[in-house]
Design a binder for this molecule. Structure first.
Ligand SMILES: Nc1ncnc2c1ncn2[C@@H]1O[C@H](COP(=O)(O)OP(=O)(O)OP(=O)(O)O)[C@@H](O)[C@H]1O
Length: 283
């Protein structure tokens, strides 16, 4: 057995089953490309994310990671849905889901607090209650004291946290995150990862997290799913056997961190090469 096979087998053997938050069996999804040709984006995706689990997806560019999140979010209709949320087919947008993107369009004429209050305001919550909820989530994300600032007055990392707060204030049971820290500089990204993992470890909501950053996946997730080049399907699963709470900087110094990194990269690099060649050939 190679090192990758051994660690993968160990990963698969552990992990007690719990209630499923998100599941898919043999999910296939196609769309027409800009020349009208049928493009198979996902092919035979099997997915099971348990309630309260933090699952990261890594895969080469264009393999269908965002498409999968969009399907789970109900943003793309999925005929005869093989995708389930808490055991029921996904039929459209579900208020139990929160979606965090790489960048957030904050309203420049609203303060930090005003931006986070948008959701509760739309829900019709009374002013005092929506303020209480927004203030609390801002505090948990380390933005206490910045409530009255406008987006232009705060850093990019803080703006990203405001966007995150805007999603989290709704109290989603499932949080979909599509490269949420991908646009941040390296140091800001490390700080935000720490802030978010603290938040997550005290709330334990289900998270499905797409990233290109293997270190981010290993330090934060309970499980990592490795996707093949398009058409995307899962080719390997890793259970990250590192105890919580995690101090992310320390996790990066553990010997297991390097073992996971090398093993996942071993799975990923051929897929990344395939994706790169497909890009070049206009496939
Ligand atoms: N609605 C659509 N119509 C046509 N093509 C689509 C559609 N949605 C996605 N695609 C194509 O499907 C492929 C997968 O896209 P997707 O954005 O899901 O990949 P990804 O893995 O998230 O990529 P990246 O890592 O680069 O963000 C791409 O080639 C994309 O151009």
């Amino acid at each position: 057995m190679t090192k990758a096979e051994t660690i993968r087998a160990q990963s698969t053997a552990s992990g007690a089953p719990a209630a499923e938050a998100i599941s898919a069996a043999g999910l296939t999804f196609s769309a027409k490309d800009n020349k009208g040709r049928e493009l198979t984006i996902l092919d035979g995706v099997d997915l099971s994310v348990r309630e309260g689990e933090f699952v990261a997806i890594v895969g080469p560019s264009g393999c269908g990671k965002s498409t999968l999140l969009n399907l789970v979010a109900g943003l793309i209709p999925c005929a005869g849905s093989k995708l389930k949320l808490f055991g029921a087919p996904v039929t459209g947008i579900d208020p139990r889901i929160g979606y965090v993107f790489q960048t957030h369009a904050l309203l420049p004429w609203r303060t930090v607090l005003g931006n986070v209050e948008i959701g509760p305001e739309i829900k019709g919550l009374p002013a005092t209650e929506r303020r209480r909820q927004a203030v609390e989530v801002l505090r948990q994300l380390g933005l206490e004291g910045f409530e009255d600032h406008y987006p232009a007055q705060i850093s990019g990392g803080m703006r990203q946290r405001v966007g995150l707060a805007r999603t989290l204030v709704a109290g989603p049971e499932v949080i979909l995150m599509d490269e949420p820290f991908g646009a941040l500089d390296a140091q800001t990204k490390l700080l935000i990862q720490d802030i978010f993992i603290n938040y997550w470890e005290s709330h334990r909501k289900t998270v499905l997290f797409v990233t290109h950053d293997l270190g981010e996946a290993i330090t934060m997730a309970d499980r990592i799913l490795v996707m093949s080049a398009r058409p995307g399907r899962f080719k390997a699963t890793y259970t990250v056997d590192i105890p919580r709470p995690r101090a992310l900087a320390q996790v990066r110094r553990l010997p297991q961190y390097t073992t996971y990194w090398e093993s996942i990269w071993e799975d990923l690099k051929d897929e990344a090469k395939t994706a790169l060649l497909a890009d070049g050939s206009g496939r």
